[in-house]
Design a protein around this ligand. Structure first.
Ligand code: HEC
Ligand code: HEC
Ligand code: HEC
Ligand code: HEC
Ligand code: HEC
Ligand code: HEC
Ligand code: HEC
Ligand code: HEC
Ligand code: HEC
Ligand code: HEC
Length: 341
């Protein structure tokens, strides 16, 4: 990229000088035949349409790839108006195949991804996919940084079970050894929670805690909350601005604005008090009891922005043990600054 830019600046400078020279000399032809050519960008020989042979030709020798590929959206690019007259099918990723075919499968005459690392392969995909908001941040995400590439999650040729079958969104019934989770959408290599958990093994036990978002049960997906393609947010959580947005999508009533806000909601977000994956607390609190959670901030001994509890809150009195019995509107209130209603 940088070299292209440099080249363009260089070209502009040379061009300006030449235009000036032309204006002075009045000989237009020197410009065309002169030094300009020496600066021309080294062009790879542009593939002519004749260098493409079409996917059907590849089928003869690469039956396996061809079979599954047919069910992917890539196989249908010809039907997408903006892809008319552009490289299609196998050759949209592997480049023109004529020389390869004429060389009876000469490996050196085709773009092969064997031996390429995940970033190089991803760059090929991003060549077409970077435009979309959800993908142009891929290079900012933890996956990119840790060498997890497009083809760690997507199979470039589709899967044997077919793809893009509407209505069978990633999860298929309960997760079990008998049902490993097979994806039939978006060319994914596996159904979503299993795919993610194959690397993020620790999340399985988190979602197995007594109280949890129902990801293993299939009513929710990892990607409801995370953008697998990366982004600006910490932990690749979804839908930008404020740490809360991902939760608010489903729990809108907790957002406010309230006349009396409980400060941590705005300053730290929902995860100040909740573990989003799973918890031993029924309300997915970070502590096993409400009380412990509150005291983490509302303690006169620690130096916190939060006030300590009033002295009449005797912890010897069971009446005061369950804080949210009185402080009911713990997320914020429009009526009371102590969150009583
Ligand atoms: C979306 C881009 C893309 C398209 C379209 C595509 N391939 Fe590939 N192909 C790849 C990538 C990436 C690999 C490297 C293997 C991997 O990462 O799984 C690959 C690998 C291969 C291999 C090596 C063996 C293997 O399966 O790993 C062959 C052969 C091949 N492709 C043939 C084809 C044929 C034939 C077609 C059309 C029917 C096709 N490809 C369409 C991206 C693509
Ligand atoms: C005449 C048979 C034939 C045709 C037609 C053919 N190939 Fe191949 N292709 C081969 C052979 C043989 C190999 C080498 C396999 C090996 O050495 O493992 C190969 C290798 C490849 C590889 C490299 C795999 C690797 O291991 O790196 C790719 C990619 C590939 N072909 C894609 C294509 C595409 C795309 C087309 C259609 C444009 C195509 N081939 C058409 C026979 C063919
Ligand atoms: C030549 C351009 C091009 C390249 C290269 C390319 N794609 Fe695509 N891809 C497209 C287009 C265009 C669509 C959308 C087609 C549509 O909407 O009908 C698409 C769709 C997809 C989809 C959505 C499939 C679905 O069922 O909704 C996935 C996933 C995908 N591509 C992954 C990849 C991966 C992974 C690579 C690299 C191995 C890659 N693409 C390389 C052009 C490309
Ligand atoms: C960590 C796994 C993972 C990686 C890495 C990944 N994807 Fe995806 N991708 C997914 C999942 C999961 C979905 C389905 C999301 C959904 O159902 O909302 C998806 C959906 C898509 C789609 C279709 C929906 C959309 O957002 O347009 C495209 C296209 C796509 N991915 C392309 C890519 C490309 C290109 C790369 C590499 C730059 C890539 N993906 C890397 C997991 C991944
Ligand atoms: C091929 C292995 C692999 C797969 C599959 C995978 N991930 Fe990752 N993921 C990683 C690695 C490696 C990291 C970076 C190191 C880490 O934080 O664990 C990462 C980081 C993340 C992070 C950021 C963690 C942080 O601390 O910022 C999130 C969120 C995430 N992945 C979610 C997902 C989701 C959702 C899926 C499924 C759609 C998925 N991953 C699939 C390997 C994978
Ligand atoms: C209800 C929303 C939600 C769902 C569903 C969800 N996550 Fe998370 N996840 C989060 C939030 C929010 C964080 C950030 C926690 C924090 O900042 O303390 C997070 C953190 C992470 C991290 C970073 C590690 C860590 O503990 O900080 C990884 C990796 C991750 N999630 C993977 C996954 C995977 C894999 C799935 C699906 C099996 C999944 N998540 C499902 C909301 C969710
Ligand atoms: C895709 C929708 C969705 C998203 C996003 C979501 N949740 Fe949930 N959440 C639910 C559903 C549905 C339930 C209740 C059913 C269940 O047990 O899964 C629930 C349950 C809860 C509960 C327990 C409530 C109770 O009454 O037992 C808490 C706490 C919670 N979510 C907090 C969060 C937080 C914090 C986030 C953001 C990290 C979040 N949720 C993101 C759908 C969502
Ligand atoms: C200051 C700590 C704190 C923060 C921050 C917080 N919560 Fe809560 N939340 C609680 C407590 C405590 C409960 C349990 C209330 C009870 O005992 O009935 C709870 C309960 C819930 C419940 C289930 C009960 C109900 O009222 O439906 C949901 C859903 C929930 N919170 C979502 C959220 C979301 C979304 C956010 C971020 C916008 C958030 N919480 C931020 C402390 C917090
Ligand atoms: C993450 C830290 C944190 C946690 C956990 C937390 N709070 Fe707070 N709370 C605060 C802060 C900060 C304020 C704002 C103090 C201010 O504005 O002066 C506050 C304000 C309050 C107020 C209003 C006090 C006032 O003077 O305006 C009450 C009542 C309250 N919290 C009760 C609770 C209860 C009950 C719990 C447990 C369910 C809890 N808090 C958990 C940080 C926390
Ligand atoms: C029986 C009802 C009740 C219970 C249970 C209760 N509180 Fe309170 N809380 C009150 C009352 C009444 C006030 C004082 C209101 C006032 O002074 O305006 C108060 C005030 C507070 C304040 C504000 C202190 C300040 O200086 O502004 C905090 C913080 C607080 N409680 C935390 C807690 C915590 C933590 C628990 C659980 C250990 C708890 N409360 C349990 C009734 C209760």
């Amino acid at each position: 990229m940088a070299s292209i830019k440099f080249f363009k600046i260089g070209l502009l400078a040379v061009f300006s000088v030449l235009v000036l020279a032309w204006a002075v000399s009045g000989t237009y032809s020197t410009v065309l035949n002169g030094t300009l050519g020496a600066y021309a960008e080294p062009q790879p020989t542009p593939a002519s349409p004749d260098d493409y042979v079409g996917s059907e030709t590849c089928k003869a020798c690469h039956e396996d790839q061809f079979k599954t590929f047919g069910t992917t959206k890539h196989a249908k690019l010809a039907e997408v108006a903006s892809w008319k007259d552009k490289a299609q099918g196998c050759e949209s990723c592997h480049g023109p195949g004529k020389a390869h075919v004429e060389g009876s499968g000469d490996k050196t005459k085709i773009i092969s991804f064997t031996g390429k690392n995940s970033k190089e392969i991803s760059e090929t995909c991003l060549g077409c996919h970077a435009g979309k908001e959800s993908h142009n941040n891929f290079r900012r995400g933890e996956h990119w940084r840790n060498d997890v590439g497009c083809t760690d999650c997507h199979s470039p040729h589709g899967t044997a079970l077919g793809n893009s079958i509407d209505g069978s969104i990633t999860n298929i019934g309960p997760t079990s050894r008998q049902n490993p989770g097979i994806a039939t959408v978006k060319m994914l290599k596996g159904s979503e929670p299993q795919l993610c958990m194959s690397c993020h093994t620790e999340t399985r036990s988190q979602f197995s805690k007594p109280f949890h978002h129902k990801v293993l049960e299939g009513t929710m997906k990892c990607s409801d909350c995370h953008n697998p393609h990366g982004g600006f947010e910490s932990k690749q959580s979804k839908l930008a601005v404020g740490a809360d947005v991902v939760c608010i999508k489903c729990h809108g009533d907790k957002q406010g604005p309230f006349a009396f806000e409980h400060a941590p909601l705005k300053t730290e977000g929902c995860t100040a008090c909740h573990t989003p994956h799973g918890s031993s607390n029924p309300k997915l609190l970070t502590r096993s009891s409400v009380r412990q959670l509150c005291f983490e901030c509302h303690s006169s001994i620690t130096e916190q922005a939060a006030p300590g509890v009033p002295s009449f809150h005797s912890q010897a009195n069971v009446r005061f043990l369950n804080c949210t019995v009185c402080h009911v509107t713990i997320h914020g209130s429009n009526a009371n600054n102590r969150f009583f209603r």
